[in-house]
Design a protein around this ligand. Structure first.
Ligand SMILES: Cc1cc2nc3c(=O)[nH]c(=O)nc-3n(C[C@H](O)[C@H](O)[C@H](O)COP(=O)(O)OP(=O)(O)OC[C@H]3O[C@@H](n4cnc5c(N)ncnc54)[C@H](O)[C@@H]3O)c2cc1C
Length: 307
């Protein structure tokens, strides 16, 4: 990322929420479930699958966590009645992990059981390294209870990830592999771009060797090419893996994957709690300064932007 863009990233949290909201709107489906369903229906028409995320993380009361459980229940109903091709992604802290392990585990189990009732699937997102042990423990407990419609996320940035793959091998887990968005210290995480890429490839190779279903989540063209190579090396059929991308990021690259007959799932977040997710996405956008400039220009010159 260029120096100027990096400088902009550091001041993003101090920017007015209105600006953050406008420039991050392409990453978010909207505030309500109707918005999410409309976006998913459009993606499905384009031959893409989806995973819906009800925005909300690091909640501070059990009642807020319950709200999110209820929201997911409504999402499963909407997916079923509208015949959408979508599963869901959940965040352990959105379901109460910071309030207590047991509370979060029960909430996650409730969502997974609701999903099972409508033949759906739940991906447990991976948050910062302080939550990794609890999240993996939760996943193992759910699987050992016989719940098979649940998957996990592993982060290539973390040094521990290859060991986690080995520790989970007896479950043949359904895994989304991503680089990892959270800033982590050097003792825990690779800091070098190429080291993260190398670990991503090593983890993906091992997961495929173990027979796991893998969601290859990245917009990095080099890694996508490595993903295509590795699924071929391991003789994976079209339905035995998928690529995954975020709403609003590198659409032409996603279109290319679909045209090449790969399955692609798009991460579709919606909800009122858009701020933390939006900040993370903007901080990753290598052209953030240009977006802010365009937004400012759009407000100075009537008729541009948002019409
Ligand atoms: C479906 C999905 C689910 C995810 N789930 C998790 C999770 O559970 N836990 C977690 O820690 N992380 C998650 N992530 C985020 C992931 O860890 C990375 O932070 C993110 O995908 C960026 O890494 P990259 O592999 O795309 O490579 P990068 O090198 O960051 O990006 C490659 C290129 O993609 C483009 N790009 C990337 N991000 C943006 C952006 N925001 N705006 C505009 N262009 C962009 C740029 O051109 C960039 O050069 C998920 C990502 C995806 C796609």
């Amino acid at each position: 990322m260029a120096l100027f863009d990096r400088a902009i990233v550091s001041v993003l949290p101090a920017m007015p929420r209105g600006v953050v909201r406008r420039i991050s709107s392409r990453y978010i489906a909207g505030t309500d479930i109707g918005d999410a369903c409309r976006v998913v229906a459009g993606l499905n028409d384009d031959g893409k699958m989806a995973t819906i995320d009800v925005l909300g993380e690091e909640i501070t009361s059990a009642a807020e966590a319950e709200e999110i459980v209820r929201a997911y229940h409504d999402v499963f109903e909407a997916i079923r009645t509208q015949r959408l091709d979508s599963n869901v992604s959940i965040k352990p802290t959105g379901l109460g992990l910071q309030l207590g392990y047991e509370l979060a585990r029960e909430n996650v189990e409730t969502v997974v059981r609701h999903a099972a009732e409508s033949g759906n699937f739940v991906r447990i997102d991976m948050e910062d390294s302080g939550t990794t042990d609890d999240t993996l423990r939760m996943y193992r407990e759910l699987r050992e209870q016989g719940l098979g419609n649940v998957g996990i996320v592993l982060q290539a940035r973390l040094r521990r990830t290859l060991a986690d793959v080995e520790a989970l091998a007896d479950l043949t887990p359904n895994v989304r592999i991503c680089k990892g968005i959270y800033v982590e210290p050097p003792e825990l995480a690779f800091q070098d771009f190429d080291d993260v890429r190398d670990n991503y490839v090593a983890v993906l190779d091992e997961l495929l060797a173990q027979g796991s279903y893998v969601g290859i989540a990245t917009h990095d063209e080099w890694l996508i090419a490595e993903g295509e190579r590795l699924v071929a090396v391991h003789g994976r059929g079209r339905d035995e893996y998928e690529f995954q991308m975020l709403l609003g990021v590198r659409k032409p690259l996603g279109d290319r994957l679909v045209a090449d007959d790969h399955r692609l799932r798009i991460y579709v977040p919606y909800g009122e709690e858009w701020y933390a997710y939006s900040l993370r996405r903007l901080q990753e956008n290598p052209k953030i300064a240009g977006y802010i400039a365009a937004d400012t220009l759009g407000r100075l010159v009537p008729g541009r932007n948002g019409r």
